[in-house]
Design a protein around this ligand. Sequence first.
Ligand code: ATP
Ligand code: MG
Length: 416
Amino acid sequence: MTGPLIPTESLTYGTELNAVYAIARIVAETFDTDAGLDAIFRLARTIFIFDTVALYLENEESHEIEPSYARALGRGRSREAELAWGEPAAEEAFRSGQTVLRQEDAGPVVKGRERRRDFLGLPLLVSGRCVGSLAFGRFGGPSFPSEHIQLAEFVAWHVGQLLENRRLSRRIASLEAQRELIRMQDDFISTVSHELRTPLGFIKGYVTTLLREDTEWDETSREDFLNIIDDEADRLSELIDNLLDSSRLESGTLSMTFEPARLGPVVRAMVQRIEGATPEIEVITEMPDDLPILEIDSTRIAQVLDNFLTNASKYAPGAKIYINVDADDERIRVEVRDEGPGIPQEHLSLLFERFYRIPENAATRGTGLGLYIARKIIDAHGGEIGVESIVGEGTSFFFTLPVKNINIEEQEGEYV
Ligand code: ATP
Ligand code: MG
């Protein structure tokens, strides 16, 4: 890859040469395109005079150029919004692939230097293709001399390289994302098959046992077997619901119904549910009576709480569970804390990712979808979700929900 020749005869050793090298270095080292452009144009201004610069890029659908970056660096810097940015020169350079010089007269209404405007349009070539153009503007003359035009061409070539870097890094990022997606899909299929097979295996096994003609089962055994089948069938349908929710969340088609509701009954119902399912569990709830009305999807919020509580009972078995609800004018915060084994620090930021499970917990049943779904639900409510944990002391999951101003009549009406 070779650039245009640096017009060395126009450079005096010192500032100019340093600027030229600095521009080349920015292109080699900068990944942030806007910051790179800012730096290049600031340096360019130390080697030739211009007042404005604008970058136009081709819209790939309409094939027209559109402004994508503009700065005033010289005169008129404080009035950026009113300036002309040389679009005709940029347009011509883009169409012809050639450097274009245009002089415009803004007319007698414009007083002073800005009446006369010189624009230098330069095509931007990336991998041999013209992807847009640059327009340098200079107000009040004199016109751009040829050595400045050469320097501007040098700058344009480097801006083209910077854009090429951006194109390549986006392409790499999208290839990496695709690879990650394929890996996740593979993981997904193996996790799902495994998770579906376990309850199915139990159901099949116990049904086959019950159907055996060579053995008589007493009433208690029969009932035990049927209870297992019943539980496993519930587990299977819960699993399928979670899988469906998760794929709807991914595709953005999970609908939520926000309605005015209070959190108190939702919390109490979920506590009752977990106590019913796991009688040995002890849940201690601290919750003010006068919680404000929220705009929420109660079923979905119940699902979040249910997962927090089920997790505490699964991963901190035998430990007490504390629920703490508090509210101020802006938000309600709900915390579910257990005094279980805790979670090592390195896992904390990953717990809310799809399918993430702590490897040490592999023996406990789960798909790693619960917290992912919870995060998406809380995001959709404009709240925050998080976890704090100390190994050996316990874990605390929390979420917040914003308190919005709901009509006072509603506050006093049927939702109380
Ligand atoms: P699912 O909820 O989909 O049935 P799951 O419980 O494995 O499966 P999540 O609820 O997303 O999935 O939890 C992810 C992981 O976080 C769990 O596998 C477990 O390793 C860890 N975890 C969650 N809650 C706790 C807790 N209270 N204490 C210790 N580890 C926990
Ligand atoms: Mg869970």
